[in-house]
Write a protein that binds this ligand. Structure first.
Ligand code: COA
Ligand code: AMP
Length: 636
């Protein structure tokens, strides 16, 4: 019976998926006609000189026009485009499409006034304020490339991004607000600029009343005066393949990867995704409770909802303690959110403080039609809790990455809702050809775990390259299994084709929905003068999903106290990467287990740290070392 229902409900999804597979150019060509172009693409899909797949070559458009001006022209000027809901400052402000257009044109003009031209880079180090979205759109308006750096990153991270992107201008604010804590940004920005080799010509600071700063350097400008003095700038046509933004994401080393997003593919994919995946259309209210510093914030706070003519909610608060664990329900009810998207870790925080979800009864959330989660694995207890407390609302786990920019697997709310399966991210979204490979690159059968890969070309919206590093793009993503994109995630498909994502198979971890590199943490820990070598892994954590844990070997003759060492290492990681790493534990061990050829047995260690079953590797040089590590891990 259940089997039959499953098969029946898949008909429409399946026909759409097959269409996208058998004739991608017609499928995406049709989707491209749904947005406005200054000149329609000459080719739907082709390859550039580097061999990278490119969508919609020859087309010209402007992403800001699609997100704002065109809605005003179509008579939606008075509709609210952005709701800024900020419990940490006690404000709710609403901006119509007409107001957003006018504001963005002014900021675009102000950027022009600083010499920012098409193709120039602008870095944003901003908290969750509407100026951040306006600045992103303002860059798009004049063809400049924005690169948003998450406000929780420490100065060295900012410096690395400044040196890679080489921006003309840096936009920031005087502070961010974490719960009730003011985080002054200016000292962080000053340190980042100081540490960077590249010299940024202008720094514009949004003064927030919670923390006014002194502007003394000749390159510094006050945001409101800067904006007031500007002449509004119109939208300029850009090529479909021109970059819209660079978003740095953690790789396996200390050097983050500059994921490039183009204008055309991005606009077409996100416009379609709002309706097909999230089940919303123009006039509906959509809320992605993420941060503009992450890909979810780019795609589904700033761009996707506005491209579709939806109202987007921008929330400067937390799921708990702003003021309580009813905050999410309050926002949904107050702004009549139809489709809501958040990371599971946020619901775990709510569940911890309000296990029976009692605070929900203070609000009428009957407006909510779909609940989406992503960013990390949705653990079954959290899924069950959500299903229990959101009766009649489908809880949809969907899987995606900074690199793809939108969802690879999902249950398409706007096409046809399939029967969900706990622990699964459902089926591949049309355009993604997903396979599960073994070590040798052979496809594995149902329920067998392996590397999850995607056959090229990836659909529109996915990254065509890494910023000024195409060889790394090829090497990191396309060389392991030629012709297939390596997602870095492991998982399997069941007998119905449902996909289960089980976690990363590389040195990337997800901490409270934040993507971080253990390789980078190792570089920081290894720099401590007492440390001979180290390895950092993600350990399962009931609240944050994963937290990093370091195993450290001391240099001969070092007898530093283990607690003192841990305190110093924690401080080093906070200063170099940021508090968001949640790096709190470093355990001293005598040796790290290695193969006879000297390679650290990371796979085994990863499993041990994570509390998963593991087998004694046949290649290990000294099996006794694993007993010692087991004993040390028991002490944590
Ligand atoms: N600016 C400055 N510091 C920040 C920061 C920011 N934007 N974000 C996090 N931090 C700091 C926190 O203040 C905390 O510092 P502390 O160790 O001094 O207390 C540290 O980083 C760890 O933060 P976090 O792990 O986020 O814990 P939290 O208790 O502050 O918040 C959640 C818990 C669940 C509310 C939060 O992690 C969350 O909302 N996560 C979802 C992330 C997300 O949306 N990801 C996108 C994928 S969809
Ligand atoms: P980011 O690039 O920050 O979006 O992080 C992408 C990574 O987050 C993926 O490679 C996965 O490891 C993880 N991830 C995202 N969504 C999910 C999901 N729904 N289930 C499991 N893991 C996920």
């Amino acid at each position: 019976m259940r089997e039959n229902r499953l098969k029946e409900s898949r008909l429409s999804y399946e026909s759409l998926y097959r269409q996208a597979q058998s004739d991608p150019e017609t499928f995406w060509g049709e989707r491209a006609k749904e947005i406005e172009w200054y000149s329609f693409p000459e080719r739907i899909l082709d390859q550039d000189a580097d061999g990278a797949w490119r969508w919609f070559s020859g087309g010209t458009l402007n992403t800001c026009n699609l997100a704002l001006d065109r809605h005003v022209a179509a008579g939606r000027g008075d509709q609210v485009a952005l709701i800024y809901d900020s419990p940490v400052t006690g404000q709710i402000r609403k901006f119509t499409f007409a107001q957003m257009t006018e504001w963005t044109a002014r900021v675009a003009g102000a950027l022009r006034g600083l010499g920012v031209d098409t193709g120039d880079r602008v870095i944003l180090y901003m908290p969750m304020v509407p100026e951040a979205v306006v600045a992103m759109l303002a860059c798009a308006r004049i063809g400049a490339i924005h690169s948003v750096v998450f406000g929780g990153f420490a100065p060295p991270e900012l410096a690395t991004r400044i040196d890679d992107a080489e921006p003309k201008v840096l936009l920031t604010a005087s502070c961010g607000i974490e719960f009730d804590r003011i985080i002054p940004y200016k000292p962080l920005v000053d340190a980042g600029l100081e540490q960077a080799r590249h010299k940024v010509a202008s720094v514009v600071v949004l003064q927030r009343p919670q923390c006014a700063v002194q502007l003394s350097h000749p390159r510094e400008l006050d945001w409101s005066a800067w904006e007031r003095a500007a002449t509004p700038a119109p939208c300029v046509p850009v090529r479909s393949t021109d970059p819209l933004y660079i978003l740095y994401t953690s790789g396996t080393t200390g050097k983050p990867k500059g994921v490039v997003r183009d204008n055309g593919g991005h606009a077409v994919a996100l416009h379609w995704s709002m309706q097909a995946i999230y089940g919303v259309d123009a006039g509906d209210v959509f809320w992605a409770a993420s941060d503009v510093g992450w890909v979810v914030g780019h795609s589904y706070i700033a761009y996707g909802p506005l491209l579709r003519g939806c109202t987007s909610v921008m929330y400067e608060g937390k799921p708990v303690r702003t003021p309580d664990a009813g905050a999410l329900w309050r926002v949904i009810a107050e702004h009549q959110v139809k489709s809501f998207f958040i990371a599971p870790t946020a619901f775990r925080a709510v569940k911890k403080e309000d296990p029976d979800c009692l605070l929900q009864s203070n609000y009428d959330i009957s407006c909510l039609k779909y609940q989406f989660v992503a960013g990390e694995r949705l653990d079954p207890p959290t899924y069950d809790w959500l299903v229990q407390h959101l009766p009649g609302v489908p809880v949809i786990d969907h899987w995606w990455q900074t690199e793809t920019g939108w969802s690879i697997c999902a249950n398409l709310a706007g096409v046809e809702l399939l029967e969900p399966k706990s622990g699964s991210v459902a089926l591949p979204v049309p355009g993604f050809d997903l396979r599960v490979f073994d070590e040798q690159g052979h496809e594995v059968g149902p329920n067998q775990e392996g590397a999850v890969v995607l056959k090229g070309p990836l659909p529109p919206g996915s990254f065509p390259t890494l910023w000024r590093d195409h060889s790394r793009f090829v090497e990191a993503y396309w060389s392991r299994y030629p012709g297939f994109y390596l997602t870095g995630d492991g998982g399997y498909r069941d007998e119905d084709g449902y996909v289960f994502i089980m976690g990363r198979i590389d040195d990337v971890i997800n901490v409270a929905g934040h993507r971080l590199s253990t390789g980078e943490m190792e570089e920081v820990v290894a720099a401590h003068p007492a440390v001979a070598e180290c390895a950092v892994f993600g350990a399962a954590d009931a609240d944050k999903g994963q937290v990093p844990l370091a195993l450290v070997v001391l240099k001969d003759g070092q007898n530093i106290d283990a607690t003192a060492l841990q305190t110093e290492l924690v401080q080093m990681v906070r200063e170099r990467i940021g508090a968001l790493a949640n790096f709190k534990r470093a355990l001293v061990v005598k040796r790290l287990p290695k193969t006879r050829s000297g390679k650290i047995l990371r796979q085994t260690l990863r499993k041990m740290v994570d509390g998963q079953p593991w087998n004694m590797p046949s290649t290990i040089d000294d099996p006794a070392i694993l007993d010692e590590i087991t004993a040390v891990l028991r002490t944590r």
